[in-house]
Design a protein around this ligand. Structure first.
Ligand SMILES: Cc1cc2nc3c(=O)[nH]c(=O)nc-3n(C[C@H](O)[C@H](O)[C@H](O)COP(=O)(O)OP(=O)(O)OC[C@H]3O[C@@H](n4cnc5c(N)ncnc54)[C@H](O)[C@@H]3O)c2cc1C
Length: 290
């Protein structure tokens, strides 16, 4: 059991790790790639840079600094976070537990422009298989996605649904799905139904009847992970208070994933604040046990 798991190794996550490590908390950072900074050729508006550096260089230096202070870095994709007294973080190749979690997964860049998605949210469209699979017992359900995250949601649904259709929405598969899953690659044009979702209409005008549609495109963004925990979100941003606390005790968020000004300096400051709150939370929970 770790004290803190930080999801994301961008400026917000690394900054948070510097504080949690220096406070003596065991810290694991799980990150997939260089995040938004991968494409930033030149950063020159951040403190301390006499000469501009590339985004990648800035991340790599930050990662080195956090490791030097004792942070463990796991290069993996987080698929799910569960909370029951402690947090269980499920990544593609590992499952870890922690007393506190800091979400710093950056801004969601996924855009799913399908007519009807927001209209049917809570009426058939869901973002969390583990939360909502129960409502679709013995009913035909579907998942939109093509990778590990979609596979994770399929595996949550497979034991309860009568059938599962995977819509890749025009993209190629990036994971091995069970044979029983019906795979449709034709793009989706819209969703239909009267009071609630009844099915999906495809670009070739054919229709597929489904009772539930689970959104799992790309990598799980902070808002996807947060929704699974019942965290308040505002569109794709996580709602936090001025201490970077979410409405789930022990869960904090910082950086681009909470919206606002998306800049390295802001992400670093918010990461530090989230860490200070996490440190207080972990210390108090240790006191309560001891
Ligand atoms: C092209 C470009 C140029 C920019 N130039 C500047 C600039 O000059 N100056 C400036 O101040 N800002 C700039 N920005 C903005 C800046 O990059 C962001 O504000 C900053 O990186 C936000 O930090 P973050 O830690 O919140 O998120 P990110 O840096 O996006 O980091 C997110 C982290 O989360 C990880 N992650 C996401 N999902 C998962 C998952 N499911 N499992 C595991 N890990 C996950 C990613 O791998 C990454 O490590 C630029 C952005 C872009 C796109």
């Amino acid at each position: 059991m770790k004290d803190v798991i930080i999801i994301g190794n961008g400026p917000a996550g690394i900054s948070a790790a510097l504080y949690t490590c220096r406070a003596g908390l065991s810290t694991t950072i799980i990150g997939l790639d260089n995040g938004a900074l991968e494409k930033a050729e030149k950063i020159e508006n951040y403190f301390g840079l006499a000469n501009p550096v590339s985004g990648r260089e800035l991340v790599e230096t930050g990662v080195k600094q956090a490791k030097k202070l004792g942070a463990e870095l796991v290069n993996d994709e987080v698929l799910d976070v569960m909370w029951m007294d402690d947090f269980t973080v499920t990544a593609k190749s590992t499952v870890l537990q922690a007393k506190a979690v800091i979400l710093t997964t950056g801004a969601s860049r996924k855009k799913l422009k399908i007519k009807g998605i927001s209209e049917y949210e809570g009426k058939g469209v869901s973002y969390c298989a583990v939360c909502d699979a129960f409502f679709y017992k013995q009913k035909p359900v579907s998942v939109i996605g093509n990778g590990e995250y979609a596979l994770h949601e399929v595996n949550e649904l497979i034991h309860t649904a009568s059938s599962i259709t995977l819509f890749t929405n025009g993209t190629e598969l990036q994971a091995d799905f069970p044979q029983s899953v019906n795979i449709i690659k034709t793009p989706i044009s819209n969703l239909y139904g009267s009071q609630k979702l009844e099915g999906v209409e495809l670009a070739d005008n054919s229709r597929v009847s489904v009772a539930g549609l689970f959104i799992a495109i790309g990598t799980a963004a902070a808002a996807d992970l947060a929704r699974k925990l019942g965290v308040e979100t505002n569109v794709n941003s996580i709602v936090v208070d001025d201490k970077m606390s979410t409405n789930v005790p022990g869960l904090f968020a910082a950086g681009d994933c909470i919206g606002g000004i998306m800049q390295v300096s802001v992400a670093v400051g918010e990461g530090a604040k989230a860490a200070l709150s996490a440190i207080e939370f972990v210390r108090n929970s240790k006191k309560a046990v001891g």
